[in-house]
Design a protein around this ligand. Structure first.
Ligand SMILES: Nc1ncnc2c1ncn2[C@@H]1O[C@H](COP(=O)(O)OP(=O)(O)OP(=O)(O)O)[C@@H](O)[C@H]1O
Length: 269
């Protein structure tokens, strides 16, 4: 689904006279129905890579392909349509919601932007999405800021799903949440992978979180992927010394909540 090959990206420094390369030689893929965890310490370049993948930051070299199409080769309508296909969920959802909008309006907005459906279809889609992410539809008339942190992150996921993306890039989506709420959001992402066949790139500095849900893990260090592989293999037989030290510093806490019935409780008012 998503193929990243030889990507290098950075930022202009010294008033544009130089470029500072912060991610380099990144090659990885995320298949449909798969969650890939991207783990690495703060400042190693995870968010920069996420921005490259979602079309927000042009790489200096390499390619990002979605279903075989080079994202940065697209223009105009094709580029807009691509943007629908990859959606992003951020660490602090409350910063991404307008205080003037209700929950329903926040979810509907992407449908307006992409001119999808009439008002009846949009309203039905909001109900469907609230249900999908385990939010009671009575929260629809509230302001996002009135919801709990976990509910806000569910709302952010619902909004990302509005335009039926094939790839979800989640950048530290549970870092700001309590551990018990983290587990529910992680369960929701697993459910969505299974139900919708989404390809999900889950970015976190926290290996304890990533290992709970990722099918495969890529470890990033100083802007490069230094090791990647199936979660079971990478967490039991890490090859790179950095991965070994990361694992040694990781508590083995089981964040998983047994059933999605629990996950739904949080959505009820
Ligand atoms: N707009 C920018 N201009 C210049 N340098 C930047 C910019 N954004 C990020 N950087 C630098 O790029 C490097 C990688 O940052 P990035 O945010 O991608 O890392 P990260 O792994 O996501 O970190 P964190 O988990 O703390 O967000 C850092 O050294 C950062 O200072």
């Amino acid at each position: 689904m998503l193929e990243i090959e030889g990507v290098a990206a950075g930022y202009a420094v010294a008033r544009g006279r130089h470029r500072n390369t912060v991610v380099d030689a990144i090659t990885m893929r995320v298949d449909a129905g798969e969650i890939v965890g991207l783990v690495g310490e703060s400042g190693c370049g995870k968010t920069t890579l996420a921005r490259v993948i979602t079309g927000l930051h042009r790489p200096d070299s390499g390619s990002v392909r979605l279903s075989g199409t080079d994202v940065y080769g697209l223009r105009g309508r094709a580029l807009r349509s691509h943007r629908r296909r990859i959606q992003m969920v951020f660490q602090e959802p409350y910063l991404t919601f307008s205080p003037r909008q209700t929950v329903r309006q926040a979810i509907t907005e992407p449908l307006h932007i992409h001119r999808l459906g009439d008002s009846r279809a949009r309203s039905a889609r909001v109900d469907e999405l609230l249900d999908l992410v385990g939010l009671d539809n009575r929260v629809g008339d509230r302001r996002p800021q009135q919801l709990s942190g976990g509910q806000q992150q569910r709302l952010a996921i619902a909004r990302a799903l509005t335009v039926e993306p094939r790839v979800l890039v989640c950048d530290e989506p549970v870092t700001a949440l309590d551990v018990s709420v983290q587990a529910k959001v992680l369960n929701l992402l697993c459910d969505l992978r299974d139900q919708l066949g989404l390809a999900c790139l889950f970015i976190s500095h926290d290996l304890a979180v990533v290992r709970q849900l990722a099918d495969r893990i890529a470890v990033m260090h100083n802007g490069r992927i230094i090791e990647q592989g199936p979660t079971a293999q990478l967490t039991t037989d890490p090859r790179h010394p950095y991965t070994q030290s990361l694992l040694a510093a990781t508590p083995t806490v089981d964040l998983t909540v047994a059933s999605s019935t629990h996950a739904r409780e949080e959505g009820v008012i």
